[in-house]
Write a protein that binds this ligand. Structure first.
Ligand code: SF4
Ligand code: SF4
Length: 258
């Protein structure tokens, strides 16, 4: 059975889940970073099993995953998705199913896994180390169950709770009213190391005349803020008081190479 695991990750949660699942599935698994293939044209997949693994962002799929869903072409594959989330996956897995239905296909199984949180803009959705450890332990258990469902190509429902109006407004608010990209700033702790430029999946950060600058092409993943080695990146009034988070098994090199 040939399996493709397409993943997108910001803080490393979805990459950690992808790797854990690949270990459980054991053989003939190809791990493919979405950001590495998205620039090309259509994405043809001739795998028997196709998995799409990503974080929920503002209750939906990240824009880069939306772009990927528009490009992927699958045949008769068993298609599943896993969404990592902090509070609730909400519409994310339904978004994947809707994108597949437009191509005459559908999601056979949609799983949601609670992981460490990273949202620090309008409220603090990060957790204590103890709570993160509890979530990681639950994730390991759930991945084993998911792997068995996939190996047997079982039908499964779509986890999450579908909500139409409020959540779309949330995306609009962050992009056009709060304007995430305009709120970024660096403190004097910045060493101009350039890591944030390499981390950004949208090539949205540049350094000009010793100033770190954000352009408008931000997908508000907050990877730059959480991975800055000097905790020098802030956004809005709340972030200076919030914890920084990334998955402990994922390195900054993993993120740069994703
Ligand atoms: S990663 Fe942090 S320290 Fe390095 S250039 Fe960016 S803001 Fe400055
Ligand atoms: S600028 Fe920061 S928040 Fe925006 S897409 Fe790049 S890494 Fe993500």
């Amino acid at each position: 059975m040939k399996t493709a695991l397409y993943y997108f990750t910001g803080t490393g949660n979805s990459l950690a889940v992808t790797r854990d699942l690949a270990i459980e599935l054991q053989d003939n698994v190809e791990i493919i970073p979405i950001t590495r293939i998205i620039q090309a044209g259509p994405v043809y997949s001739n795998h028997d099993v196709v998995g799409i693994i990503f974080p929920a962002w503002l209750h939906h799929i990240p824009p880069v995953v939306e772009e990927f869903m528009a490009k992927i072409i699958v045949n008769d594959s068993y298609i599943f998705a896993i969404c990592t989330y902090a509070i609730n996956p909400y519409n994310s897995l339904f978004d994947i199913n809707a994108a597949l239905e437009q191509k005459g296909s559908k999601l056979t199984a949609g799983f949601a896994i609670a992981m460490g949180g990273k949202y620090v803009l309008l409220k603090d959705i990060t957790f204590s180390d103890e709570e993160n450890e509890r979530r990681f332990a639950e994730e390991k258990k759930k991945i084993k169950v998911i792997a068995n469902i996939i190996k047997e190509k079982q039908q499964f429902g779509i986890e999450g709770s579908f909500d139409t109006n409020e959540t779309r407004q949330l995306v609009y608010y962050h992009k056009h009213i709060y304007k995430v990209h305009e709120k970024f700033r660096v403190t004097e702790a910045c060493t101009l190391c350039g890591q944030c430029i390499k981390i950004c999946p949208k090539n949205n950060i540049k350094i000009i005349n010793a100033n770190v600058l954000w352009k408008e092409n931000c997908d508000y993943c907050l990877a730059c803020l959480h991975w800055c080695p000097k905790t020098a990146i802030q956004n809005g009034e709340l972030s200076p008081t919030c914890r920084r988070y990334h998955h402990p098994s994922i390195s900054i090199t993993d993120i740069i190479l994703r």
